[in-house]
Design a protein around this ligand. Structure first.
Ligand code: NAD
Ligand code: DAU
Length: 355
C-alpha cells in the first residue's frame, strides 16, 4: 500500500495510472482538489478497488494521522504542491501554506507513524519528495547543467517554497533518521497538463485561433522531459535510491521557449491544419516578460543514470508528437477544464469515496 499526495494533478495522475498499470499495489490518493486537481484524469480507475481517492489537505494533521493508521502504507510519495510560477508571483500565500507548512505537517505525521513501525517496516519505509530543478536558480549560457551538489538559489516564490520544503525533508532525515528521498526534475510535458503551462496553453490557444503569448524574447531555456519518463524515474528512485540522497531527473533536452512554441505549431500544421491553410506560427505574439524570469535551467542527470540505471524512453520529438496528438484526441477533457466542468466531477463520481 502506498500513499500518493497530489495524485489528481498533472504528474500525480500520470504516476497513479502508470503505477496501477504496472504493479498490483494499491494506492491511497490524497488530493485537496485545488483548481489543478482533476479526478477526471483518473476516470479509468473509477471501479478499480486498488485506487482509493481521498479529498483532503496534506496540512490536515488529523486526516493524515488517521489515513496512516488505517492503511499502514510502506511509502509516501509527495507530489502535492502549488506548482505554477506565474500564480506564485501574483499570490504567494497558497504556496507558503501548501508547499512549506503542508509539507512540514505531513512530515510530522509521517515521522510519528514511522517511529511506531516494527523494525523491518521501519527500515523499508520511504518518504519520497517530488521537487524541481527551479530550486537551483538560473544558469548563464556557459554554466554547466545543475548537479545535485549545486547551491540552492531559488528566485520565485514558487521555487523558494519548494526549496524550503526540500530543506525540511532533508532535515527530517538528518535529525530524525526518516528514510527520505528527493527528486529534482526539469519541465514535464504530456497528457493531463493543465493549460496554464507553456506547452498545453500553446496547443489549446492555437486550436482556438487565439494568440500564442511568448514572454520577453522567448530565448529562455528549459530542459523538457516527457511526464511518463519522470514517473519511471520516481519508481526507480523509490526502488533503489539511497535514503537521504537527492536525484536530479531530466531529459538532456535544453530548448528555448520560442523553439518549443514553433515545434508545437509545426506539428499542428501537420496534424490539424488551419482552415485558412496558414501556419499556426502566425499566432505567435511576444508579450511582457515574467518578473524575475529565470533565463536557463539545465539538468545533469548522470547520477540517476549511473547509480540507478534510469534513462528517459522518449526523445523530445517522440514525446511532443504524442502530447499534441493527445490534446487533439481529447477535446472533451480540454473543454471541461476550460469551462470549469471538471470541478463537478468529484461530486458526481467520487462523492461516496471522499473522506
Ligand atoms: P499540479 O499543479 O498539476 O498538481 C498538484 C496537485 O496537488 C493537484 O491535484 C492539487 O489539487 C494538489 N494539491 C495542491 N495543494 C494540496 C494540498 N494542500 N493538499 C493536497 N493536495 C494538494 O502539479 P504537477 O505539475 O503535477 O507537479 C506535481 C509535483 O511535481 C509538484 O510538487 C511540483 O513542484 C513538482 N514538479 C513539477 C514539474 C512540472 O514540470 N510540472 C517539474 C518538476 C517538479
Ligand atoms: O522546471 C520545473 C518547473 O517547470 C516546475 O517545477 C513547475 O511546477 C512547472 O510549472 C514548470 O515551471 P515553468 O515556469 O518553467 O513552466 P511554465 O510552463 O509556466 O513556463 C515555461 C516557460 O515558458 C517559462 O520560461 C515561461 C514561458 N512561458 C510560459 C507561459 C505560461 C511563456 O513564454 N508564455 C506563457 O504563456
Amino acid at each position: 500500500m502506498i500513499v500518493v499526495t497530489g495524485g489528481a494533478g498533472f504528474i500525480g495522475s500520470n504516476f497513479v495510472l502508470d503505477w496501477l498499470a504496472q504493479l498490483n499495489e494499491p494506492v491511497i490518493n490524497l488530493d485537496k482538489l485545488t483548481y489543478a486537481g482533476n479526478v477526471q484524469n483518473l476516470s479509468s480507475l473509477e471501479s478499480d478497488p486498488r485506487h482509493i481517492f481521498v479529498q483532503g489537505d496534506i496540512g490536515d494533521s488529523a486526516l493524515i494521522r488517521s489515513l496512516l493508521q488505517q492503511y499502514q502504507p510502506r511509502v509516501i510519495l509527495n507530489f502535492a504542491a502549488e506548482s505554477h510560477v506565474d500564480r506564485s508571483i501574483h499570490g504567494p500565500e497558497d504556496f507558503i501554506q501548501t508547499n512549506i507548512v503542508g509539507t512540514f505537517r505531513l512530515l510530522e505525521e509521517v515521522r510519528s507513524y514511522w517511529n511506531q513501525l516494527e523494525v523491518d517496516a521501519k527500515r523499508d519505509f520511504r518518504f519520497l519528495h517530488v521537487s524541481t530543478d527551479e530550486v537551483y536558480g538560473s544558469l548563464k549560457k556557459e554554466d554547466p547543467a545543475f548537479r545535485e551538489t549545486n547551491r540552492y538559489e531559488p528566485n520565485s516564490p514558487y521555487s523558494a517554497s519548494k526549496a524550503s520544503s526540500d530543506h525540511l525533508v532533508r532535515a527530517y532525515h538528518h535529525t530524525y533518521g526518516l528514510p527520505v528521498l528527493t527528486t529534482n526534475c526539469s519541465n514535464n510535458y504530456g497528457p493531463y497538463h493543465f493549460p496554464e503551462k507553456l506547452i498545453p496553453l500553446m496547443i489549446v490557444n492555437a486550436l482556438a485561433g487565439k494568440a500564442l503569448p511568448v514572454y520577453g524574447d522567448g530565448m529562455q531555456i528549459r530542459d523538457w522531459l516527457y511526464v511518463k519518463d519522470h514517473c519511471s524515474a520516481i519508481r526507480r528512485v523509490l526502488e533503489a535510491g539511497q535514503p537521504g540522497e537527492t536525484y536530479n531527473v531530466g531529459g538532456w533536452n535544453e530548448m528555448p521557449n520560442i523553439e518549443i512554441v514553433r515545434r508545437v505549431c509545426t506539428l499542428l500544421d501537420e496534424l490539424r491544419p488551419r482552415a485558412d491553410g496558414k501556419p499556426y506560427s502566425e499566432q505567435i505574439t511576444y508579450v511582457a516578460d515574467r518578473p524575475g524570469h529565470d533565463r536557463r535551467y539545465a539538468i545533469d542527470a548522470s547520477k540517476i543514470e549511473h547509480e540507478l540505471g534510469w534513462r528517459p524512453a522518449e526523445t523530445f520529438d517522440t514525446g511532443i508528437r504524442k502530447t499534441v496528438q493527445w490534446y487533439l484526441d481529447n477535446p472533451e477533457w480540454v473543454a471541461n477544464v476550460q469551462s470549469g466542468a471538471y470541478r463537478d466531477w468529484v461530486e458526481t463520481n467520487y462523492a461516496d469515496r471522499t473522506a
